[in-house]
Design a protein around this ligand. Structure first.
Ligand code: CAA
Ligand code: NAD
Length: 283
């Protein structure tokens, strides 16, 4: 399975990061979102990241232009017909992802791998939206993608070994480290991380400490690079809530119940850094 052309669906914080590292590794990249202005915004973020690399003399201006020249903007899922692998990074919603995979199944070429960057949702169920579950796999990057080394790779029930190997190889080419985990809600990363974040929201909700104090305790006391509430804002409070709901529903255990304060913030549209306001304000 030879991968040269990649399509990334969703040009938000994860999709743009995935597209950036793919183009930097020499792949041709179709970057897709619902509207052209969102794709352009994603490309703007990529350009800014590359400008910083030029400033730091990690790449030359010519290399930057070469990387930017490997992008093709897309607002049509039909463009999947050109891709050897599609990496879906749209919102964390099972119905939306299943609809996307159903459509991709109609357009993507027979040999194409259909990967999802879902944080928590069942790969096997997403794969069942297609007639080629053997080509579907989880490829879970971490945020910010250009910096974080890990990619969790998750097989669905029917995923072929060849597909797994091709994705593992691609992960190495992206200069990332693949770790195989099984198809359970939240995989390993968010099964462990998200209950900690949710518990931090409970400590705020119950008045145990201020948001600044909660973050400071975890930064200075546990050497975490960001406090849990800052990290939640960085991930996106909508994404955090969807992940907690997946854990709660998937395991049926009350220990995963999303904190009502998290729910309230999402209902208010306080989605974190990307919305300008979450637990903190961003200007
Ligand atoms: N995009 C690209 N590069 C970025 C970036 C971004 N959004 N944010 C920071 N960087 C780069 C900076 O340019 C800098 O690069 P150089 O060293 O080459 O100059 C480097 O990262 C360090 O940045 P800073 O010095 O500005 O800041 P920092 O030292 O505080 O690091 C951080 C920033 C890497 C984000 C760090 O705070 C961190 O590791 N935070 C925790 C991140 C984390 O836990 N991610 C996982 C989230 S959970 C997830 O992803 C899974 C899920 O499904 C929800
Ligand atoms: P985001 O809100 O920044 O971006 C999502 C993008 O998907 C938006 O631009 C939206 O317009 C687009 N989109 C929605 N429906 C679409 C469709 N039908 N077709 C094409 N595009 C569509 O979200 P994000 O943080 O980039 O998260 C994307 C995915 O990555 C989610 O599944 C999330 O769980 C996962 N993820 C997120 C993080 C994180 O820290 N934020 C980390 C790892 C994985």
């Amino acid at each position: 399975m030879h991968i040269e052309k990649v399509m990334v669906i969703g040009a938000g914080q994860m999709g743009s990061g995935i597209a950036q590292v793919c183009a930097q590794a020499g792949y041709e990249v179709y970057l897709n979102d619902l509207q052209e202005d969102i794709v352009k915004k994603g490309l703007g973020v990529i350009r800014k990241n590359l400008d910083r690399q030029v400033q730091k003399e990690r790449i030359t201006e010519d290399e930057k232009e070469g990387i930017l020249g490997r992008f093709i903007q897309s607002t049509d899922l039909k463009d999947a017909e050109n891709a050897d692998i599609v990496i879906e990074a749209a919102v964390e919603n099972l119905k939306i992802k299943m609809r996307i995979f159903e459509e991709l199944d109609q357009y993507a070429s027979e040999h194409a791998i259909l990967a999802t960057n879902t944080s928590s949702l069942p790969i096997t169920e997403i794969a069942a939206a297609t007639k080629r579950p053997e080509k579907v796999i989880g490829m879970h990057f971490m945020n910010p993608v250009p910096v974080m080394k890990l990619v969790e790779i998750i097989r669905g029930l029917a995923t072929e070994d060849e597909v797994y190997q091709a994705v593992e190889e691609m992960t190495h080419r992206l200069k990332k480290v693949p770790v195989e985990v099984n198809d359970f809600p939240g995989f390993v990363s968010n099964r462990v991380l998200m209950p900690m974040i949710n518990e931090a929201v409970y400590t705020l909700y119950e008045g145990v400490a201020t948001k600044e104090a909660i973050d400071e305790v975890m930064k200075l006391g546990m050497n975490h690079p960001m406090g849990p509430l800052t990290l939640a804002d960085f991930i996106g409070l909508d994404t955090c809530l969807y992940i907690m709901e997946t854990l709660h529903e998937g395991f049926g255990d009350d220990k995963y119940r999303p904190c009502p304060l998290l729910r309230k913030y999402v209902k208010a549209g306080w989605l974190g850094k990307k919305a300008g306001r979450g637990f903190y304000e961003y200007r």
